[in-house]
Write a protein of this length. Structure first.
Length: 233
């Protein structure tokens, strides 16, 4: 009884908080000075129509590098925590003490159709991140969703974790090297003007932003795939 009363009181308090936020909300009809400055500077200085991607990969590119470093530490920590249990499950499966699970034919057939489409969609999101909604983080998450579908369709599927780790490390190293190249050849760390800006709005434009987006997508996709593989039963 006391537990139910506590839940009701907690839900009522949360309702009051959200109600106060909703009542006090007012829609802005114009950009703030900081946002207006970014909207003006990104197309002019970086040559990228997508202002968000330009900010993430240049103006606050060092912060983005820190975010993917945190994701790498999460993947490494998950491997350390669940690695022993995973090894015991694999040994019991090899000994025949645990029956091999099989997914339904619907999931297997769906995976055969959807995984290639998911891969193409991920590549599109990553490669067009400087032109439209998308980028490396989003594309990497889509890549991981394809890995999830493969794991569901074939529970015995074993991703090459070593290859994923090497690929992730290589992408991270090239990302840092591109940042250092910005210090040497352009105006700062991860400055995209180490490559020609090209024609505004074209596929090959915005300097090094498409390259950085590809490296970020590969790194995020590999890290999330490793985490998903570690967490699967």
């Amino acid at each position: 009884m006391i537990g139910r009363i506590f839940v009701i009181v907690a839900m009522a308090l949360l309702g009051l908080v959200f109600a106060s936020v909703a009542i006090g909300y007012t829609e802005q009809h114009s950009l703030r000075s900081l946002a207006e400055g970014y909207v003006r500077l990104v197309p002019q200085e970086l040559g990228a129509p997508n202002v968000i991607t330009g900010i993430l990969l240049t103006y606050r590119g060092f912060d983005t590098l820190g975010e993917v470093a945190v994701l790498f530490m999460v993947a490494a920590s998950v491997g350390l925590v669940v690695g022993g249990e995973r090894l015991q499950r694999e040994e019991s499966r090899d000994d025949g003490s645990e029956e091999a699970r099989q997914s339904s034919e619907i999931i297997q057939s769906g995976a055969q159709i959807l995984v290639p489409l998911i891969s193409i969609f991920a590549a599109y999101i990553i490669m067009n991140g400087h032109l439209s909604a998308g980028g490396g983080f989003q594309g990497g998450a889509v890549i991981a969703s394809g890995v999830v579908l493969m794991l569901l369709a074939n529970p015995q599927y074993q991703p090459n974790v070593e290859l994923l780790s090497i690929t992730e490390s290589a992408a991270g190293a090239f990302f840092v090297l591109a940042g250092i190249a910005g210090l040497v050849l352009a105006g700062g760390f991860l400055d995209n003007r180490i490559l020609p800006l090209g024609q505004f709005g074209a596929f090959f434009s915005a300097g090094a932003i498409p390259v950085l987006s590809v490296l970020l997508g590969i790194k995020v996709g590999c890290e999330l795939s490793v985490i998903l593989d570690r967490f699967r039963p």
